[in-house]
Design a protein around this ligand. Sequence first.
Ligand code: IPM
Ligand code: MG
Length: 365
Amino acid sequence: MKLKILVVAGDGIGPEVTGESVAVLKEAAALGGHEFTFSERRIGGVAIVQDGTPLPAATVEAALAADAVLLGAVGGNEFNSLPPDKRPEAGLLGLRSALGGFANLRPAFAFKELAVNSPLRPEVIDGADILFVRELLGGLYFGQPREWNRAAGEAWNTMRYTKDEVARVARVAFQLAMKRRKKLTSVDKANVLEVSQLWRATVNEVAAEFPGVAVEHQYVDAMSMHLMNRPRDFDVVLTENLFGDILTDESAVITGSLGMLPSATLGGKVNLYEPVHGSAPDIAGKGLANPLGAILTGALILRHSAGLEAEAAAIETAVRKVLEQGFRTPDLARSNPQGYTVLSTREMGARVRETVKSQLLAASV
Ligand code: IPM
Ligand code: MG
């Protein structure tokens, strides 16, 4: 199988972690006799500095010509005073919108081996396995009008959804729920917001197409608490853009580190894959970053853009095995009571690669 992957590594730890993800993908491709080609383009702060814009036209063009786009992270403190449309983050939002993917899948799961990293008690998180489906192209992030009117001392954004925008992402979430535990929780603020009332009514309409899926609705404030109190009760969680942004960072607490979480954005012209974590400028370039979120993001490319389920599962199993063997990046070994072996970004990548290799070789005999 052939796959053209565009890598937009971006800022901070982006280049380090995507480098490890690419290396794992190359290993999996070589073992399976697949032909993956990788090219690179700039996005975010690095593009502001070198190209004068957070999203150069060449990046969009290459992304649209690829089969999948792997993004690292964007953002840096030196850009914090810029207006929203000039910041590194605008590059990412522009790329999301150019690619058109509206369903952002963000799994949040407990790793037995990482339970000690979570401030939640092991018996609360044990077995938790949630799949967030975050709407990615609407809501406050993209709604018009938006403005900071400095003269008037007033600013506004607009949370806006059309029925079609809600229905299409709801359908993706229901389809995923059918393949999982057949439970869907839709999160909104329908006790206050009209846009949430439309959201809820539309989700209920789509639910009629999926009688096998049990649906519940939660208000976002209550949901933020339920996720910490009883994360095991949730299967697929469907929500709008900003609520999804917030709840998915919160849910990293279940896993123990934001550095573990992958994401895939589906439904557009080209799928976009990015770890949930940010650019972490404070640790960039020091070999301290956790590449596992980026590596697990690579697994999602194999699953959703290449149909290589066995290879995707081999990467996921390899990550679990490496953790079982006691290997940790510094973020996963803040306290080190168990005598973990603390690895650098590259060492961790190499461990996973080796393990993927032995997994796939064992499977082929
Ligand atoms: C995320 C990030 C982005 C978002 C930022 C970097 C624009 O926080 O992917 O969750 O808000 O969507
Ligand atoms: Mg976020």
